[in-house]
Ligand binder design. Structure first.
Ligand SMILES: CC(C)(COP(=O)(O)OP(=O)(O)OC[C@H]1O[C@@H](n2cnc3c(N)ncnc32)[C@H](O)[C@@H]1OP(=O)(O)O)[C@@H](O)C(=O)NCCC(=O)NCCS
Length: 381
């Protein structure tokens, strides 16, 4: 391969084969194992989608009952994990805690096989089942509250709200939470998933692969965008301020968070569904300010970008923060919520990578010096 194949940020580069997820950026369509995101969000539970991602096919009734039961029984956190969460510095970001906890968790898994590079984590499902409890526990300890044990009669999403707030969520809110997790569960070779696959390709463990992926998701150009979107809404504050705020941002060449996508050249299909959830919840709680400001930002931003010949649309993170706020989730937990969902996709990719593995090892386009004369230490300036 010659250096002429260089593409900054690997744009347009095909880095591997995958059956898991198709992102049709031109049409604005998304599929998990061939099923449309629209149908999955309308009809499935997060547990059903997780089964699909881990086994490559939809479960039968009996398979789903058994799988959900296993996932729900794996939810509770053991005392050493709770102690670790309690001891973690309160000022740290929950993503930093989450990344550390995943590897800490692996030390407390009984099954020897789970420590080996051949483990598939399909048996214990700890990484998927326990992440919501870790996030909720960190939030509660930080606020001087006790750990709420999980409930096995609630969906993955509803149980997260329960463990976070200690109140049974309204059934519609629980359902929306579960569906938000479906929307974020998988998205092909994005930065964090690619990270998970690179680590898996060295034959490292599922735990190391997932903790690396969490580190990648933490960045504001990836998972951190929804937190930044809500900070933007707070900063804009009023409808009248949308246009001047955007004009200044664009003049200063700042990125408008929640807008744009490497792959989508149309509106992200997840943003369309997320907007529907936001409308439902805004109406229900009589709080439309965030929705109104976001819609105005979308309108003015798109207008401005089209003038420059750059059609840029909202991505999934544009509306998700406002949805989570109405579900009572504090903004520093938005990215951890993304991780709660994406753990299923990461695991799916780790398993696929291992099924036909070759270690990732791209080349760099070297732009440094060569053959420099060796300067004696004392003579260096
Ligand atoms: C998602 C994102 C990282 C994609 O990046 P990318 O494919 O590398 O695209 P680029 O950053 O090169 O953008 C291409 C052009 O559109 C502009 N652009 C893209 N997204 C923009 C945004 N959100 N606000 C302002 N301008 C944007 C860029 O300034 C660039 O203009 P230029 O060609 O004049 O330099 C980028 O759109 C972005 O930073 N968005 C905001 C963060 C976000 O919402 N992330 C969540 C993704 S799910």
């Amino acid at each position: 391969m010659s250096d002429t194949t260089y593409a900054k940020g690997l744009e347009g580069v095909i880095a591997g084969e995958s059956r898991i997820c198709k992102v049709d950026g031109e049409q604005g369509r998304l599929y998990y194992f061939g099923y449309r995101i629209k149908d999955l969000a309308a009809n499935a539970t997060f547990e059903e989608v997780t089964y699909l991602l881990l086994y490559g096919e939809l479960p039968t009734v009996d398979q789903l009952i058994d799988f959900s039961d296993r996932m729900r029984k794996s939810r509770d956190l053991s005392p050493p994990i709770l102690q670790m969460i309690k001891a973690f510095p309160r000022e740290s970001h929950p993503m930093e805690l989450l990344q550390s906890t995943i590897n800490f968790l692996s030390g407390y898994i009984d099954h020897k096989i789970e420590h080996s590079p051949t483990c598939n984590c399909r048996q214990t499902l700890h990484q998927i089942a326990q992440i919501p409890g870790v996030v909720a526990a960190f939030y509660r300890f930080k606020n001087g509250l006790d750990y709420i044990p999980p409930r096995d009669d609630l969906s993955h999403g509803a149980n997260f709200l329960w463990q976070l707030k200690g109140e049974e969520p309204d059934p519609e809110d629980g359902k929306i939470m579960d569906k938000c997790l479906i929307l974020h569960a998988e998205h092909s070779f994005n930065a964090s998933t690619f990270t998970a696959r690179v680590v898996a390709s060295t034959l490292s463990t599922c735990y190391c692969s997932i903790s690396a992926a969490i580190g990648s998701l933490f960045g504001s150009l990836h998972g951190g965008a929804n937190e930044k979107v809500m900070a933007m809404v707070e900063d804009i504050d009023t409808m009248d301020n949308v246009r001047p705020w955007l004009e200044t941002a664009l003049e200063e060449k700042r990125k408008v968070m929640g807008m744009g996508h490497r792959v989508y050249k149309a509106k992200d299909p997840r943003a369309i569904i997320m907007e529907d959830f936001l409308r439902t919840l805004s109406r229900k709680y009589g709080e439309t300010r965030n929705l109104d400001i976001l819609k105005e930002v979308e309108k003015v931003f798109r207008e401005k970008m089209e003038e420059k010949g750059k059609p840029i649309y909202p991505n999934v993170d544009f509306f998700s923060g406002a949805v989570y706020s109405l579900l009572g989730i504090p903004s520093n937990l938005f990215t951890p919520v993304f991780a709660i969902a994406r753990a299923s996709g990461w695991l799916s990719h780790i398993l696929e990578q291992r099924s036909d593995n070759r270690i990732f090892r791209p080349k760099a386009l070297y732009t440094g010096d060569v053959e420099l004369p060796w300067p004696v230490l004392e003579e260096r300036s």
